[in-house]
Design a protein around this ligand. Structure first.
Ligand SMILES: [Ca+2]
Ligand SMILES: [Ca+2]
Length: 173
């Protein structure tokens, strides 16, 4: 009898885990515990960085953070597999040094970027460049304009990230 109860509990826990919707429509959940099983989506409409930033916030997330080498590799391959035919090789993530020139922070929580993957001679702040663009072909970073104040800023696709939604499932023993 105890065994049956135990098996039932384990089965329900497994079903519960499967049933708990981890991400909203259109977002893909990463394998837990990598980045807490966060949700990701490639937006295939090219936009300025600050518009992209607004789109991610409107969804309840942020322009993707790149915490370390593994994280950068994940985000990059996620972009490549989901970008379809409408995006070029470049995409926005959530790094910016708009607050303090040369100090790169993540939009997710304002934390300073400890890991970086700048291309040669970058960041150069050539045209007051305060937003972070990744080249998916090399995974290397470039700082580039976020708005059209001085020169035309680029519009590219982007990756939004968010925490998984709360588990909807609970077991009544
Ligand atoms: Ca800058
Ligand atoms: Ca640059």
């Amino acid at each position: 009898m105890m065994n049956r109860v135990l098996i039932f509990s384990v089965l329900m826990a497994a079903l519960c885990a499967l049933a708990s919707a981890g991400c909203p429509e259109g977002y893909t959940q990463r394998n837990w515990p990598d980045q807490h099983g966060n949700c990701y989506k490639v937006f295939k409409n090219a936009a300025l960085w600050f518009h992209a930033d607004h789109f991610c916030r409107a969804d309840g997330g942020w322009l993707a953070t790149i915490s370390d080498e593994d994280d950068g590799a994940f985000v990059n391959s996620f972009f490549i597999s989901n970008r379809g035919y409408s995006c070029n090789d470049w995409y926005w993530v959530g790094g910016t040094d708009a607050l303090h020139e040369g100090i790169w922070r993540w939009q997710q929580d304002g934390s300073v970027a400890t890991y970086t993957n700048w291309a040669a001679r970058q960041p150069d702040n050539w045209w007051d460049e305060d937003s972070l663009m990744v080249n998916s072909a090399t995974r290397e970073w470039n700082d580039i304009q976020m708005d059209d104040l001085r020169v035309d800023a680029p519009e590219v696709c982007f990756v939004c990230e968010m925490y998984p939604t709360e588990r909807q499932c609970s077991i009544v023993a």
